[in-house]
Write a protein that binds this ligand. Sequence first.
Ligand SMILES: Nc1nc2c(ncn2[C@@H]2O[C@H](COP(=O)(O)OP(=O)(O)OP(=O)(O)O)[C@@H](O)[C@H]2O)c(=O)[nH]1
Ligand SMILES: [Mg+2]
Length: 347
Amino acid sequence: MAFSFFGKRNQPQESDQAPAEVEELKAEEAAAPAAEPPRGGFFTRMKQAVSRTRETLAESLNQVLALTREVDETTLQSLEPILLAADLGTTTSALVLERLRERALRKGVEGCGIEGGEQLKHLLKLELQAILDSVARPIVHPESGPEVIMMVGVNGTGKTTTSGKLAAHFTGQHRSVLLCAADTFRAAAIEQLEVWAQRSEVQIVKTRQGGDPSAALYDACAAARARNTDIVIVDTAGRLHTKSDLMKELDKMRRTAEKLIPGAPHQTLLVMDATTGQNGLQQARLFTEAARVTGIVLTKLDGTAKGGIVLAIATELSLPVVYAGTGEKLEDILPFDSKSFIDSLID
Ligand SMILES: Nc1nc2c(ncn2[C@@H]2O[C@H](COP(=O)(O)OP(=O)(O)OP(=O)(O)O)[C@@H](O)[C@H]2O)c(=O)[nH]1
Ligand SMILES: [Mg+2]
C-alpha cells in the first residue's frame, strides 16, 4: 500500500464530490482569518471554558457558604446536590463530603475543624485538587524515535478535531508531526482529517476508504521513522467497546505500531465528550480496560455546565485528563492542569 501526503494529490480518491461536512470545514477555513492568535493565557482560557460550570456552582455554593458559621452535618448535606449538579457523580461527591466531614468532626483538635464558609470553600478546593492529583502521572516520552499517540473513543466525541488541534499544539512546540488517517470506516473521515492537516500544516498518511487501518498505521510509522518525525497522531474510527471485532482491530493496530516502533503506541488517549456527562462514564470504563488507555482528552468543556465530570473521571476511571477541548477551532485545546482547573471552577 502506498502512502500519500496531503497536497500531492489533485483529486479525492473516492469521488470528486466532497461530502457536506468536509465542504463545511473548508468553508469555515475560507472564512477564518489566516492566523488567529491564541486568546489569553492558560488560566484565562480555562476560566472561559468552564464558565458555565463555574456559574452553576458559584450561585448555589455561595448561598450555602454565606450562611455557614459552623460546619455541621446540615451544611455538608446541603453541599451534596450542588456537587451532583456540577456532575461530580454520587461516588465522587460522597468521597469529597466524607473527607470534609472527617475534618469537621475533628473540631476539638487544635488546627482541625472547619471554621466558617470561607474555610470550607478553601478545603473543598483542596480536596477536589487532591482527587485530581492522585491520578496525575508524568507522560513518559520515548528516548528516541517517533512518539505514537493513538486517539480512540466512541463516535462523535471529537477524535479527529482533537488530532488536528494536537498537531498544531505540538508544531507550536517545534516538534514535527505526522497525522495518520486510520479511520477508514466512516465516509469522509479521511478528507476531514486532511482539512485538519492543512490547517495545522502537517503531513498526513492515509489509505483509501474501506482500507485496512493497520496498513495506514504501518505506513505512517515507517514514514515517521524514515523522516525522523517526532510525533505520529493516529485518528481512529469511532467505536463502541461492545463491538469486539472493532476492539480487536485496535489491538491489531497496537501490535502493528509496536513492530516498527518499540513501545508504540506510547500514549492511547480516550476522547470523551464532557456534555454526555455521567452517561459516558460507564462506557468509558469498559473502553479504557479494553483499549489500554493511558489518559483522557475531555472535549466540549465549553459547551457544558457539567465540568465536574473531570473529578468523576479521576475517581472512577483512575485516569488523568491530559488535554481539554474548549471549542471547535485549531487553538481550542489546553494541556490540563489541576490547579488552574479547580481555581477556574471555584473562585
Ligand atoms: N464545542 C466544541 N465542539 C467540539 C470540540 N471538539 C470537537 N467538537 C465538535 O464535535 C463534533 C465531532 O467532532 P469529530 O472530531 O468529528 O469527532 P470524532 O470523534 O472524530 O467523530 P467520529 O470519527 O465520527 O467518531 C464536530 O462538530 C466538532 O467540531 C470541543 O472541544 N468543543
Ligand atoms: Mg473522526
